[in-house]
Ligand binder design. Structure first.
Ligand SMILES: NC(=O)c1ccc[n+]([C@@H]2O[C@H](COP(=O)([O-])OP(=O)(O)OC[C@H]3O[C@@H](n4cnc5c(N)ncnc54)[C@H](OP(=O)(O)O)[C@@H]3O)[C@@H](O)[C@H]2O)c1
Length: 300
């Protein structure tokens, strides 16, 4: 096991799963920038022998699981490839959590909050869904696999489950939520919880290094509508940008799987992070700062 060589306590050694993925790449850059010891792998999570061999070879203190079947070009793919989706998002994710458990390795899972939809008890202007609320969105097979795996995985006492939603990076990478909606012919206009990666990924490392486990809604506080996002984008990043809206009903005619729209309650997350002196900005302020960073970097 890795030690820091001074007082004998274990220094963190991170192993990122899903190494070629978008979130995984951001995690690697972040950890390298923090001067942490970090490795990544593309080994398939469901392949127990290879997973075990990789864990024993690298001997991480922390696994960051950013692997998952997300579908290409989008989650509609999962509707037509259910077995492959289960293999990664259920069998693989649980297998990796279990192999880590047996070796005493902390496992952070980059999961999703797209398991809810607004209902009477959870209106868009309410406090949002709690970590303890049962999932109420089964409109897509992708979300269904994520719901079921979370229900089981939460019983592993080495797992930290972070529910991201509509992640946003400081560039215009194709997987960035802003890039996606800026390219759509028409967008719905509904308030949602979003994850600004620059704010939340450092928080994931803090939580992991402190050995936190359990489920956390992992978004900036608050909810922001598509039109609010695109208005800020136009005002700060791309002057003159225009877009068109359509209704949820019209949207449902051009997509195969349903899309979750919801606000998550972030009280548990922000309260925990305060213990470590870390604050996550409200989503409106977070977007403004994100777009200012884009502008400063010359992104258009
Ligand atoms: N981006 C979002 O909108 C979003 C929102 C909420 C949550 N999340 C979750 O966050 C995680 C990372 O997302 P991302 O946007 O970075 O996705 P991504 O770019 O598609 O990366 C996922 C990576 O996981 C790999 N992978 C898939 N199945 C695997 C398996 N069974 N074993 C090992 N690796 C496997 C993929 O490799 P192959 O391509 O070779 O299969 C890919 O490199 C995913 O679990 C996703 O569900 C993403």
């Amino acid at each position: 096991m890795a030690t820091n060589g001074t007082n004998g306590t274990k220094a963190s050694r991170f192993l990122i799963w899903g190494g070629d993925g978008w979130v995984a790449g951001h995690l690697k850059t972040l950890l390298e920038g923090q001067g942490k010891e970090v490795y990544s792998t593309t080994i398939r999570m469901e392949n127990r022998e290879q997973v075990v061999a990789e864990l024993d070879r690298v001997q991480p203190t922390h696994v960051l699981n950013a692997a998952g079947c997300t579908g290409r070009p989008n989650v509609d793919w999962c509707e037509d490839n259910k077995e492959a989706t289960i293999r990664s998002n259920v069998i693989g994710t649980l297998n990796l959590a279990d192999c880590c458990f047996l070796r005493g390795i902390h496992c952070t899972v980059f999961a999703t909050g797209c398991i809810y939809q607004y209902d009477e008890a959870h209106p868009w202007d309410g406090a949002g869904f709690l970590e303890t609320d049962p999932a109420n969105f089964a409109g897509s097979f992708y979300s269904m696999t994520k719901t079921h795996v979370e229900e089981v995985m939460k019983h592993y006492n080495n797992c930290l489950i972070l529910r991201l939603r509509m992640p946003v990076s400081d560039d215009l990478h194709p997987r960035n939520f802003v890039t996606k909606i800026a390219k759509y012919e028409r967008v719905v206009d509904i308030p949602n919880s979003n994850t600004i990666l620059s704010d939340l990924l450092p928080a994931s490392i803090l939580l992991a290094e402190h050995g936190e486990v359990g489920i956390y809604n992992f978004t900036n506080p608050g909810a922001i509508s598509h039109n609010e996002v695109l208005t800020l984008f136009r005002d700060i990043v791309r002057p003159g940008f225009t877009w068109k809206n359509f209704s949820l009903e019209e949207q449902s005619r051009v997509i195969k799987a349903g899309r979750s729209n919801c606000k998550l309650d972030t009280t548990k997350l922000t309260t925990k992070l305060k213990e470590y002196g870390y604050e996550v900005p409200d989503i409106h302020e977070a977007y403004r700062m994100c777009f200012e960073r884009m502008k400063a970097a010359g992104v258009q």
